[in-house]
Design a binder for this molecule. Structure first.
Ligand SMILES: NC(=O)c1ccc[n+]([C@@H]2O[C@H](COP(=O)([O-])OP(=O)(O)OC[C@H]3O[C@@H](n4cnc5c(N)ncnc54)[C@H](OP(=O)(O)O)[C@@H]3O)[C@@H](O)[C@H]2O)c1
Length: 249
């Protein structure tokens, strides 16, 4: 275990450092799953949050994690998630990675209200709710790192992305306020804004068969994004990365 991980963890009564604890939402597949695997390989104890119980259980077995199924849009589920993590860890987590998300495409003139609601509810409202749920414990402890997975669509416009971009620009606005509120608290937050990444989020759009979308081969790999999350999470205390775009060279 590295010095940075020891710093992020805690100590038992006998003085032995325990593993740092990370919560990852959206851990059942895609970027969240890759993040959970990367963090576990680096020595984190990882709490896995998403709705797909089978996928979480399988991953928990693989990385010796904690499967904690929940719907991130439901405040009661989030409160139960916080309690479950704090009960198991005996403290608030060292790292929260908010990677649950959805993505639908439609021109503005054809945008279905249900798709607008879904993007705003999962990507924006639940992203905020995730931070809101874990923040009191982190503030009390005066330590911890929050990584919010935004998107390149939170700073650039792509046709068809109106609902998704509204949610991701929204999370950027939230993050800017969060940064101001966190100054001097010991808690740090990063908005990670990856470019297109080859995950199941693209499955309904068949990107390789659609000339208006990037080919999967040109996308980032979820493991590459996960590696960046690990980098952010393991900076020494006092080093803060408020924003981090991730693009393919
Ligand atoms: N892939 C990209 O090109 C790309 C690029 C930039 C940013 N991002 C962002 O990265 C994040 C992850 O995307 P991804 O590509 O990994 O997508 P993905 O493969 O579709 O995975 C989405 C994850 O979110 C979870 N999720 C969705 N709704 C949920 C809910 N109501 N409650 C709990 N969990 C929920 C899903 O789990 P369950 O279905 O099991 O609940 C799943 O684990 C999203 O915020 C996305 O906007 C993706």
């Amino acid at each position: 275990m590295t010095d940075v991980l020891e710093e992020a963890g805690t100590e038992t009564a006998a003085g032995t450092p325990t593993s740092p604890v990370a919560v990852v939402t959206g851990a059942s597949r895609g970027i969240g799953r890759a993040v959970a695997i990367r963090l576990a390989a680096a020595g984190f104890q990882v709490a896995l949050a998403a709705r797909s119980v089978g996928a979480l259980d399988a991953l928990a077995r693989e990385i010796d994690g904690w499967a904690l199924p929940c719907d991130v849009t439901r405040p009661d589920d989030m409160a139960a998630l916080v309690r479950a993590v704090e009960d198991r860890a005996g403290r608030s987590p060292d790292l929260v990675v908010a990677a649950a998300g959805v993505f639908t495409l439609a021109p503005v003139a054809e945008l279905e209200p249900a798709d607008l609601d879904l993007n705003l509810e999962v990507n924006l409202r639940a992203g905020i709710l995730t931070v809101r749920s874990f923040l009191p414990g982190m503030l009390e402890r005066r330590s911890g790192t929050i990584v919010q997975v935004g998107s390149v669509s939170g700073r650039k416009a792509f046709p068809g992305n109106a609902a998704y971009a509204a949610s991701k620009f929204g999370i950027r606005g939230f993050h800017n306020v969060l940064l101001e509120e966190l100054r001097g608290t010991g808690v740090r937050a990063t908005l990670l804004e990856p470019a297109a990444t080859d995950t199941s989020i693209w499955d309904p759009m068949d990107p390789d068969g659609n000339p208006g979308l990037p080919d999967r081969a040109t996308m980032l790999r979820p493991e590459e994004v996960a590696d960046v999350v690990h980098f952010v999470a393991t900076r020494p205390a006092g080093v803060w990365i408020p924003f981090l775009p991730v693009e393919r060279s």
